[in-house]
Design a protein around this ligand. Structure first.
Ligand SMILES: Cc1cc2nc3c(=O)[nH]c(=O)nc-3n(C[C@H](O)[C@H](O)[C@H](O)COP(=O)(O)OP(=O)(O)OC[C@H]3O[C@@H](n4cnc5c(N)ncnc54)[C@H](O)[C@@H]3O)c2cc1C
Length: 469
C-alpha cells in the first residue's frame, strides 16, 4: 500500500499529514500542466508551507530515490511540469512572501509569488518588474525562473535571466545553498545562477529569488497597426527595430487570432490577412510623441490599412487583450493545443510569418500565430481535435515543420516556453543540424553532477534520450 511507504510516512512527519495528499482528486489535478497532451499522476502531492521544509523533503526523495517535480501554477505549455515518472509533486505556491528593497533596487520574492504580484508590489514604490509573461497572473517566480520566461516587454527588457541576481536553491541531496549575489554585478565563480535559470526543475529547486526592478515610465502610448499582408506586417516589425526605435513592446497577432478575440470578447477589430502589429512606446511626454510619430510613419510606409493610437487605459487594455486572447485562440476553438514558440533573427521575421502561413495551408490546420515579434519570437499555436487521429497527425506534422523552419532560418525551436516533453525531439534535431553534439554531452554530464540519482524532474529536456548520430 502506497500509504504505508516509509518515504510517505517520513514526508508526513516533516510537513504534517495535512500537507501530504494521496487522494485521487489531488493526483488528478497535479497530473499535467496547461496542455492535455502530456499527463501522468504523481504518487503524492506535497504542499510546502515554509521554505525551511524543502531541504528536508528533498532529503527524503534523495534517500529513497523518489522522483520529485517542483511545481508553481502548472501553466507550462510543454509538459515540463508533468511528473513523468510519478513520485512527488512539490506544490510551492504557498511560498509567496515579497519584500521590496527600494534603496538597493531589489525585490526579494519567494518562489510561489506570482510574477504579477511581484510587479504590483514594485509599483507601490514607483518601480516595476519588467518580465511579463502573458500568464503573469498565475505564473510563479519559481516557474518563470525555471522556464526563463519572457513576455511582451522582452523586446526591450529581455527575459527572467536578465532580471535575477541571486537564487536560494535546494540541491538534489537536500543541500541548501545560493547562486549569485544580491548585487547588480558579480563575477565570483562559474555562472551557476545562469545555469539553473531555464533548467526546468532538472538541476535544483529554487526557493527564493532576488530580482532587479526598474523605475516606472512616465507615460505609455499604445499603437496598433492592421495590415493586408503578412509581408507588410513583417516589414513593419523589422523596420521599427532596424531604425533604432526601442519600443517597450512590439507584438504581433495574426488574422486567425484576431478573429478568435473578436468572437470570444465581442470585439470588432479588423481581421485582415496581415494581422496586427502592436507597439508600446514609453518615456517623457515630449520625446514620446516623436517616437510615436516614427512608429506611425513606418506603419503607413508599409501600407497599414488602419492605425489605432490609444492613450486611455480602457482602450489600451482592450488592444492588449486582443493579443492575449489570440494566443489562446486554438484552446478556445479546439479540444487540443500544440504550443509554438520559435525565435528567428529579426531580419527573418517576414520569412517566418510567410513560412508558417504556408505550413498552415499545406496541412489544412488551424494555426493562430501571435508573438513577441520585436525579439523575433513567434508563437504559431495549433488547434486540432486530439481525438481525431488523422487531424491530430496533421497538426503534429505542421508543428514539426514549423520548428524545422525556425532551424532553417537560423533560429531556435524554443524562445521562452522551453523543452519539457513537447520539444525533446526537436531539441535534438536542432543540436544535430548545428553539430552541437558536444553541447548535449555536456548537458548530460551537468545533469549527472547536479542530480546523480536522476530524481529532479526526470525524463525531461531530452536528458533521458540516447544520442543517435
Ligand atoms: C495562456 C498562457 C500564456 C503564456 N504566456 C507566456 C509568455 O508570454 N511568456 C512565457 O515565457 N511563457 C508564457 N506561458 C508559459 C508559462 O506560463 C510560463 O512558463 C510560466 O512562467 C510558468 O510558471 P508556472 O508557475 O506555471 O510554472 P509551472 O508550470 O508550475 O512549472 C514550469 C517548470 O518550472 C519548474 N519549476 C516550477 N517551480 C520551480 C522551482 N521553484 N524551482 C525549480 N523549478 C521549478 C517545473 O518543474 C516545470 O519544469 C504562457 C502559458 C499560458 C498557459
Amino acid at each position: 500500500m502506497e500509504a504505508q511507504n516509509p518515504w510517505i510516512s517520513e514526508l508526513r512527519s516533516i510537513v504534517g499529514p495535512e500537507n501530504v495528499f494521496l487522494d485521487e482528486a489531488s493526483k488528478y489535478l497535479f497530473q499535467q500542466g496547461a496542455v492535455d497532451a502530456f499527463k501522468r499522476k504523481p504518487e503524492v502531492v506535497v504542499h510546502i508551507t515554509k521554505r525551511e521544509l524543502v531541504p528536508e523533503v528533498v532529503k527524503v526523495a534523495y534517500k529513497y530515490g523518489v522522483p520529485i517535480v517542483p511545481r508553481g501554477s502548472g501553466s507550462s505549455v510543454t509538459g515540463a511540469v508533468v511528473p513523468a515518472r510519478g513520485g512527488i509533486v512539490l506544490d510551492l505556491r504557498a511560498l509567496n512572501q515579497i519584500k521590496v528593497d527600494v534603496d538597493n533596487g531589489i525585490v526579494e520574492a519567494e518562489v510561489g509569488a506570482t510574477v504579477l504580484d511581484v510587479d504590483t508590489e514594485c509599483r507601490k514604490h514607483g518601480f516595476f518588474f519588467p518580465p511579463d509573461p502573458a500568464s503573469s497572473r498565475v505564473a510563479t517566480i519559481g516557474g518563470a525562473l525555471a522556464e526563463n520566461s519572457g513576455g511582451m516587454r522582452g523586446a526591450r527588457y529581455g527575459v527572467m535571466r536578465d532580471w535575477v541576481l541571486k537564487v536560494e536553491v535546494v540541491l538534489s541531496d537536500g543541500t541548501l545553498t545560493y547562486f549569485g549575489e544580491s548585487t547588480y554585478k558579480n563575477r565570483a565563480g562559474y555562472d551557476l545562477l545562469g545555469l539553473v535559470v531555464g533548467s526546468e526543475g532538472t538541476l535544483a529547486i529554487i526557493t527564493k529569488a532576488w530580482l532587479k526592478m526598474m523605475p516606472l515610465p512616465e507615460k505609455i502610448v499604445r499603437i496598433a497597426g492592421f495590415f493586408n499582408t503578412l509581408d507588410d506586417a513583417g516589414e513593419t516589425i523589422f523596420r521599427i527595430r532596424r531604425e533604432g526605435v526601442n519600443p517597450l513592446i512590439l507584438e504581433f497577432a495574426d488574422k486567425q487570432g484576431i478573429e478568435a478575440a473578436n468572437k470570444v470578447r465581442g470585439y470588432n477589430y479588423p481581421a485582415l490577412d496581415g494581422g496586427m502589429v502592436l507597439v508600446d512606446v514609453d518615456g517623457h511626454a515630449e520625446g514620446l510623441e516623436k517616437v510615436a510619430e516614427r512608429v506611425v510613419k513606418i506603419m503607413n510606409e508599409n501600407h497599414a490599412a488602419q492605425i489605432i493610437k490609444a492613450e486611455d487605459p480602457q482602450k489600451m487594455n482592450e488592444l492588449l487583450d486582443v493579443r492575449a486572447v489570440a494566443f489562446t485562440a486554438p484552446g478556445h476553438l479546439y479540444p487540443g493545443f500544440i504550443d509554438g514558440d520559435i525565435a528567428v533573427p529579426l531580419s527573418k521575421i517576414k520569412d517566418a510569418l510567410r513560412g508558417v502561413d504556408e505550413i498552415r495551408k499545406k496541412y489544412n490546420v488551424f494555426i493562430a500565430t501571435v508573438g513577441h515579434a520585436g525579439d523575433g519570437n513567434l508563437h504559431p499555436n495549433i488547434g486540432a481535435d486530439m481525438n481525431n487521429k488523422e487531424e491530430w497527425e496533421r497538426a503534429e506534422k505542421a508543428a514539426r515543420e514549423i520548428n524545422e523552419l525556425a532551424i532553417k532560418l537560423g533560429g531556435t525551436i524554443t524562445a521562452e516556453h522551453g523543452i519539457g516533453k513537447l520539444k525533446e525531439d526537436m531539441l535534438l534535431e536542432q543540436f544535430r543540424v548545428r553539430n552541437q553534439m558536444p553541447v548535449y554531452r555536456l548537458m548530460k554530464e551537468i545533469k549527472n553532477i547536479f542530480d546523480p540519482k536522476n530524481i529532479l524532474n526526470p525524463d525531461k529536456y531530452a536528458l533521458g534520450e540516447e544520442w543517435n548520430e
